[in-house]
Design a protein around this ligand. Sequence first.
Ligand code: ATP
Ligand code: MG
Length: 218
Amino acid sequence: MSGNPMITLALSKGRIFDDTVPLLEAAGIPVDPSELESRKLILPTGDPLLRLVIVRASDVPTYVQYGAADIGVAGKDVLLEHGGEGLYQPIDLNIARCRLSVAAPSGFDYAQAVRRGARLRIATKYVESARRHFAAKGVHVDLIKLYGSMELAPLVGLADAIVDLVSTGSTLRANDLVEVEKIMPISARLIVNQASLKTKAARLQPLLAAIAAAVRKD
Ligand code: ATP
Ligand code: MG
């Protein structure tokens, strides 16, 4: 293919979209956020050769992996669960920052349970990351996969503790949960389809450079 191919960027609604729009604008690519209200799933940008596709956060790596999107914005949490096949992960965008943590009801002595070698029931959406974390600590766990509202699980006896994303901690506090262990910091990454990186290099390289230059360092 010659010259000027269209580039497709996959991202999710909500905080990823809200944090990516200013980054694209800083990179010289205006996006009209009201386009989202149209409920269209393919949105134009101020650059006629860059379009956005709106997908579920956990589907972003899949679109990029198969080349349906050339690039995508996905949280490190999502990438750790997905695995990295077919993806090139060049830029930490330093947006949608939070951390992956273990949280437990305030009345549950997590540290003591770990010292005793108790087997823990852990509810989480992040089973791969949780499995790795507890294996590295030598803690035996039964992992219960959930798709949302992890905070509820310990309150109704489904689990002893949860592994979830935490930013301010207000959701935990509202449910009488305490962050008992930080697993890792999380931020969104720009991922790139490996084939696109070769076939659309002339167009992608400057775009990636502009986005990298717009990343806030702090
Ligand atoms: P869905 O709402 O479609 O089930 P989701 O809950 O993963 O998917 P979001 O809540 O928008 O969608 O989260 C998208 C990404 O934003 C997450 O993968 C994570 O990287 C990041 N994120 C999630 N929670 C927070 C938070 N509290 N603070 C900052 N970033 C967060
Ligand atoms: Mg959510």
